[in-house]
Ligand binder design. Sequence first.
Ligand SMILES: Cc1ncc(COP(=O)(O)O)c(C=O)c1O
Length: 470
Amino acid sequence: MRDMADEGLLRFTAEYAAQYLSSLEERPVAAPATIEELRKALAGPLPEEPTGPEQVIAELIAAAEPGVVATGSGRYFGFVIGGAMPVSLAADWLTSTWDQNAGLVAGGPSAAVVEEVCLEWLIELLGLPEGVSAGFVTGCQMAHVTALAAARHHVLAAVGWDLARGGLQGAPRIRVLVGAERHITVDRAFRFLGFGSDQIEAVAADEQGRMSPDALREALASADRPTIVCAQAGDVNTGSFDPLDAIADAVEEKGAWLHVDGAFGLWAAASPRFRHLVNGSSRADSWATDAHKWLNVPYDSGIAFCRHPDSHRAAMSVRASYLEQADPDAAREQLDWNPEFSRRARGFPIYAAIRSLGRQGIAALVERCCERARLLAELLGAAEGVEVLNDVVLNQVLVRFGDDDGATQEVVRRVQDDGTCWLSGTVWQGRAAMRISVSNWQTSEEDVERSVVAILDAAAAAVAGASVRA
Ligand SMILES: Cc1ncc(COP(=O)(O)O)c(C=O)c1O
């Protein structure tokens, strides 16, 4: 039986959550505490005796909050980390409250039906072919694992090899072709699936990171084996898109499998203004994307889609006599499509985000982020000694200071320390750069302006005012 104390604890925590979120506007974006300070505050011997739940939560907040990065802030531009809209956070609370096991319909029919509904909505939003199957996973990397497991099964079945029975050892060799600037999770997914780095062939990419269709065609000319090609919609550094139509032409001629990494870039399809960037994407065999990036649902939430449901299911499905598994024609059993067995009901926050924003709101979210990215690029690029390295086609901006690696790294470090905004560094085709990703529903023009001032102040200090001036 739950008592009043339990209810009080949940109310206290919800109250704290609301206060934390409303403090985002002003709190420093970087976490103020050092790792040492956090260890001191959080570590201790394994507790022998119980501690009251209220005390545990109050002390956890006090000890951990100084080590929390304000990723929900409109001035958080790190990696490609979306914020969480209140509606999707609320649905996430319901997810934990209901605590359904979303592996099976029997573990929670609403969780299963919500995923079915989300799948249909996502097909429309992301411009995917009707009838694709989907797995709701932790993130884009596991979406790659899921989709590429389906690909591996499919291309081997096409040459008469039953992967589920025969495994990889002794199987016909599969050729894997990826763009030179693919995201590292593609390699990692292949590693999990039994492919080493020696078996991954990189196809040349241009200065924006776009795979060359001519180089791909050339590489495919000698393809005499089952082949998987991975293209990308949205480079993690530049935001650029591979020319997917031309890539699909080359892949189709060879009967290879085309996978698209669209972790955030696939969401361009939701905007009439940016949809052209994903032209050709609908011709792929599989896609991987995230909801925790541009849809702004809380971590963790990625989605794998597959044009070949039979291969997808064959790669994932399991049966056991104790599981009450529904007739596949009657209901979508989630563990037929996911690598996990038991798992969180990730559909609820996605459902809430899509319902709350609607098609128009999602287009506006994408477009707003892209506009803010362009404004950042314009304001920074206008300063002396500051160079924007990429064509800002989407929500990613690469900036270099004083045309110098050390100065650029120093600016990034100073901005992180300052706390007005947060962003990280990278190396783009041999040159250090600051990378800025605008993926948060809240980022306003004012956030951009405040951040630009902080960045240019850091730049002026880092290069002693010599070559960088607003
Ligand atoms: C293009 C691309 N692919 C894959 C990933 C990995 O996504 P996740 O961290 O959700 O696994 C990212 C992350 O930023 C990405 O930008």
